[in-house]
Design a protein around this ligand. Structure first.
Ligand code: GLU
Length: 299
């Protein structure tokens, strides 16, 4: 069954920006008559089951019910290795021995229209002897996709269409963990996700993911990126901005309905006093009319 999804990393509590994205993901899926699925992106070494439990409880408290079991990335390692093996067999990968600081150094020099944090290709054409030398130095390699500067178009229901250069991004990190772009693409396809809804901080990675899906013979989903929430100082909303989690808002005397209404108002879905129940929001939601600017939350 076609699905939408919300895929938080259980590395902390969800804040209002995360909850707002989750609300949009729920509305987008339910409006299309799709399933709404949850995935716990729990491969991050900072992930904790306690955070996952609290994240799920917060989504339930806001009435964002989901379908089926929660998918946990930590239980899907063999799937990621299968996908990596396909790419290795196709000759579409190479080992990369660069450290973060070497990449930072190398990317100071401009290199075309590559995305944020794009890899400049330092290890792409190492000879066998050079590789053997790096191995002898004891540096564990990451594995990168050989994208060769291909361009990839993607369409977002809110942001429109863009064409991005795909860099040689990481498939497996040098600590052995499968990397974010790979796990997302493999899982979205396995979960029948037809529309990916997430924060627009991930928009610049979207051409990478669409290209990788194509390389793996998987369907490319539609995308809907939600503008971020900022604190009063203009920085991305974070704990230090004060009462930003659902628990904080409840402690300040708001109810889950109040919080949902506030999030819905920030999305232009309701005005003061309007019915902001999940069902009422569904009748008002239009993915093409979301705000394109960040929302500043000032308490
Ligand atoms: N797990 C990622 C995050 O919490 C989101 C992944 C995605 O939606 O593609 O930022």
């Amino acid at each position: 069954m076609p699905a939408g999804r919300y895929a938080p990393s259980p590395t902390g509590l969800l804040h209002l920006g995360n909850l707002r994205t989750a609300l949009v993901a729920w509305l987008a899926a339910r409006r299309d008559g799709s399933a709404f699925r949850l995935r716990s992106d729990d491969l991050d070494p900072a992930a904790r089951p306690e955070f996952e439990a609290e994240q799920l409880a917060d989504l339930a408290a806001l009435g964002l019910e989901w379908d089926g079991p929660v998918v946990r990335q930590s239980q899907r390692r063999p799937r990621y290795e299968e996908a990596i093996a396909t790419l290795v067999e196709a000759g579409a990968t190479y080992p990369c021995y660069c450290t973060r600081s070497e990449i930072r150094e190398a990317t100071r020099a401009p290199h075309g229209e590559a995305p944020d944090g794009a890899y400049p290709g330092t290890c792409r054409d190492l000879t066998d002897a050079e590789r053997a030398g790096r191995e002898r130095d004891g540096r564990p390699p990451a594995l990168r996709l050989r994208a060769d500067g291909v361009t990839q178009g993607v369409v977002d229901h809110n942001l429109g269409r863009t064409i991005g250069v795909v860099d040689d991004f990481v498939l497996r990190r040098n600590d052995g963990l499968p990397a974010y772009n790979l796990t997302t693409v493999v899982d979205d396809a396995a979960m029948d996700v037809e529309e990916v809804v997430r924060g627009d901080d991930l928009w610049s990675s979207t051409p990478r993911q669409a290209y990788l899906a194509t390389m793996l013979g998987l369907p490319v989903p539609a995308y809907l990126h939600v503008p971020l929430v900022l604190g009063p100082d203009g920085a991305r909303l974070a704990k230090r901005h004060g009462a930003v989690t659902l628990a904080d808002r409840l402690a300040a005397g708001e109810s889950p309905d109040d919080v949902r209404a506030r999030l819905a108002a920030s999305l232009g879905l309701v005005g003061a006093g309007d019915d902001a129940s999940p069902g009422a929001l569904l009748t008002r939601f239009d993915p093409g009319r979301l705000p394109r600017e960040p929302w500043t939350f000032d308490g």
